[in-house]
Design a protein around this ligand. Sequence first.
Ligand code: ATP
Length: 323
Amino acid sequence: QRAIGILTSGGDAPGMNAAIRAVTRAAIFAGFKVFGIMRGYKGLITDEIEEFSTQNVSNIIQRGGTILKTARCKEFQTKEGRQCAYDVLQRHGISALVVIGGDGSLTGARIFANEFQFQIIGLPGTIDNDLYGTDSTIGYDTALNTIMDCVDKIRDTATSHERLFFIEVMGRDAGFLALNGAIASGAEAAIIPEVATQEDQLDELIANGFRKSKNSSIVLVAESPSTGGAMGLAERVKKEYPNYDVRVSILGHLQRGGSPTAYDRILASRMGAAAVDALLDDQRNVMIGIKNDEIVYVPFTKAIKNDKPINRELMSTLRRLSI
Ligand code: ATP
């Protein structure tokens, strides 16, 4: 009987549990043994591994976070650490892995897979939506909905005063959450790393007068050195445009939490089942993606460190709707 391992790594994202459930159940359905590996690559090295039955993943589809826990693991970035992980896998008789995580986690997976000729299937699990080759990543839709709810609440207070609000959202070097969050919540603008430097975007906003007809403005800012973050922008406005009453709100970790949306649960379930199909099909070193509603296999080398372009139509829509 073939044995596979499953782990979640890097930042947690809502829907990871739905993915763990899907992989586990589809794999058992296909006749595999399934091992849950705790704390990402860390638990792989320290041998925190237990066999999963279908009951281990009962009642988790609706839960945020990940029952397998996640970690960042420096040792896995060394040859010795990865050798240790390989030895543990050999001891358990595990011959393939499903890794759920973001860019860093799939980079580790690619290196490990090449080093030991080990079969790995990746699932895109990150709220940032920054993996190439899939329309959406697991957790992105939930985070977007959380942002929308938060901005709705901030708007209630923002409109009671005449204020310029900078709301910082996650996304590291990707503006998907900021841009689509701005459209969904009817914000005035989004400052995103893909577009230009902070100077360009801020000056343009100020030049447009932040829509003088409105008595408050909300701008979503992607956290990234290239946008300057909400704090950096607010400092600049205070200095250069002292007549604005500027406020900052950094949404932070609450964006990672909460029960996954229907969209994320379905995405995670489909991708989890597809990961097992990919194993059966002897695929290796690929991430499961969904493009135009179809399952696709994206080679790790393409999925990672490959800038996923922002749809220009979205930027134009935001601009036209915020007059
Ligand atoms: P998120 O997008 O949510 O932040 P992530 O998967 O990108 O998630 P990282 O912290 O970048 O999160 O990576 C998670 C783990 O993947 C690291 O702690 C490390 O164990 C492993 N990893 C990352 N890069 C490498 C690498 N170059 N070589 C080996 N392992 C790596």
